[in-house]
Write a protein that binds this ligand. Structure first.
Ligand code: GRF
Length: 207
């Protein structure tokens, strides 16, 4: 399975996927890293792992359509079958969501539908978790549809939240869980033990 990972920042999830692929736990082809900031750490990680990179930002294009068409052409050149969003901070063009229907997944650092939606990214999520007083948080991996954070859920894993936790401590615990989660979902999709069809998820992911 040819995979493109989209990332904007540190890319620790991307690294965790690379590591599982290198160890042989995950047998896929990491064909492309797509990012909007070529100075971000995720680009360095791709170079170290000899994964081709594509630096593309909507601001480089005259219109959203020409951006979308160029991106789609590049993905098609690399025969991409699955798009994995791993901390990608740009909106995807609707043309891409249509062309890759059921073939885009995202990771979110909370147990959706809790702490998702507008403004819920990065530390905002963990600050809100802390504020709410919930006793668990976790990771959600879901298919991507036009409505962010609302696509069908493929996998969730929880972590405890202790009263003494700072938002940063919650974030760190969730991130460890993310690193142990994403590759399992990618593997299950590659092995077809889980599938997404017309927004419906069948099968399950082994822990
Ligand atoms: C992760 O918390 C992920 O859930 C969210 O963005 C963050 C990316 O972190 N979508 P990293 O760049 O993989 O370290």
């Amino acid at each position: 399975m040819n995979i493109a990972v989209f990332a904007s920042g540190s890319g620790s999830n991307f690294q965790a996927i690379i590591d599982r692929q290198k160890s042989g736990d995950l047998q896929v082809n990491l064909a492309l890293l797509v990012g909007n900031n070529s100075k971000a750490q995720c680009f360095g990680r791709a170079r170290s792992a000899e994964i081709p990179t594509l630096h593309m930002s909507p601001s480089h294009f005259e219109s959203e359509l020409s951006y979308a068409n160029t991106l789609l052409a590049k993905l098609s050149e690399s025969k991409i079958e699955l798009i994995v969003l791993a901390g990608y901070m740009k909106m995807l063009p609707p043309q891409l969501i249509t062309a890759y229907k059921d073939k885009i997944i995202n990771i979110h650092p909370s147990l959706l539908p809790l702490f998702g939606g507008h403004g819920m990214y990065g530390m905002n999520v963990h600050n809100a978790v802390k504020e709410s007083g919930v006793k668990i948080s976790g990771v959600t991996i879901h298919a991507v549809t036009e409505i962010y954070d609302e696509g069908p859920i493929l996998y969730q894993a929880s972590v405890p939240v202790y009263e003494s936790d700072s938002p940063k401590e919650i974030a760190d615990r969730v991130l460890v869980c993310e690193h142990d989660s994403y590759w399992r979902v990618i593997k299950a999709l590659a092995d077809k033990t889980i599938s997404i069809k017309n927004g419906t998820v069948r099968g399950s992911v082994r822990k």
